[in-house]
Each structure stands twice: as structure tokens, then as C-alpha cells.
Design a protein. Structure first.
Length: 180
């Protein structure tokens, strides 16, 4: 819109662009967490949203059935199921990966559903969940996309760079606050 304002009549973004934007947002907060704990809720929220977006895009491209309002855990199960996403596109998720994602999703749920006594996020298992989320997005969107043209080259590069930044931040976080 001329003048830099928001056009309130329409705001259309492709899902691949949304993934790139969410990955960039998440990478920023991943880098800030060691210095500013206020970024932690944004990090877990962004990571789960990014994962949901990547799962939705892959399932859509595979013409798999998508529930009206699937939760992030359900989407992860679907992309890991050969009946929904055939090989070689099926996400290589093991039971421990689903558990790690569940911890990340639970942290996100704590942010999205505030409690009167405030926010209390258990951080011990979050690095593992974040790593699984970035690997899942990387697999679905960059490494083994259902349709190579579903994400353009610039978006794929942006997503890949953001995922690398998140992974680097998680590696640093693990050295500062090891998993308990």
C-alpha cells in the first residue's frame, strides 16, 4: 500500500511466505532468549506455528485430508504417517521426537492460554523440541518437499538460514542451561 500502511481490505500471503516469515521471527527470538527471557514465549509460539505451517503445506501439496482445525501434535502425526504422506516425503519421526514436540507444544499452550498466576515455562526439554521442530520443517520444506516448486528458491534459502540460526541458538542455550 502506498505510504507504508496496512491495507485492511485484504492481506494475502502464501503459506510458504508465512513459513519464511515465521521462521525469521522465531530465529530472532531464539537468539534473544539467553539474554532476555521475555523472548521465550515468542520462541515457543513461533516454533510451533512454523512447524504447523510446514506440516499443513506438505499435507496440502500431497492432497492429504486436513481436519478443519488440526492441532500441532495431530499435524506432526499425520506427516509422520505413510498413509497421509507417502515415502519419501514421510517425516522420519520416532516416539522420542513426538515426546519432544509435545513438550514444546505444551509450553506454547501455556503461553496461549494464560493463567491468573502468570507464565511458568519448564525449559529443560525445550531444546530437544526446538531441534525436532526445525528438523521437521527442514525435511518438509527444504530437504524432501512433496513438490519442489511449493517453496521458491528465495523462500527456501530464507527458511534454511532461519533454521540454522535457531539450531545455533539452541546449541548455545544447551551450553548455558543444560537439559535436566
Amino acid at each position: 500500500m502506498p505510504g507504508g500502511g496496512l491495507d485492511t481490505a485484504s492481506m494475502a500471503l502464501t503459506l510458504s511466505r508465512q513459513i519464511a516469515d515465521t521462521a525469521r521471527f522465531t530465529a530472532v527470538h531464539a537468539g534473544l532468549v539467553p539474554e532476555d527471557e521475555a523472548s521465550l514465549p515468542w520462541l515457543v509460539t513461533g516454533a510451533v506455528l512454523m512447524m504447523q505451517q510446514a506440516c499443513t503445506l506438505a499435507l496440502h501439496e500431497a492432497e492429504a485430508e486436513l481436519p478443519v482445525m488440526p492441532g500441532p501434535g495431530e499435524l506432526a502425526v499425520r506427516v509422520g504417517d505413510e498413509a497421509c504422506l507417502v515415502q519419501p516425503y514421510t517425516a522420519p519421526l520416532k516416539p522420542e521426537h513426538y515426546r519432544a514436540l509435545e513438550e514444546l507444544i505444551n509450553a506454547r499452550n501455556g503461553v496461549m492460554h494464560p493463567k491468573p498466576d502468570g507464565l511458568d515455562i519448564e525449559t529443560g526439554g525445550l531444546p530437544a523440541g526446538l531441534v525436532v521442530a526445525t528438523r521437521l520443517v527442514r525435511h518438509l520444506v527444504i530437504t524432501q518437499p512433496v513438490r519442489p516448486s511449493m517453496v521458491d528458491t528465495d523462500e527456501a534459502a530464507s527458511i534454511g538460514h532461519s533454521l540454522e540460526l535457531i539450531d545455533s541458538a539452541v546449541d548455545f542455550w544447551r551450553t548455558v542451561a543444560p537439559e535436566g
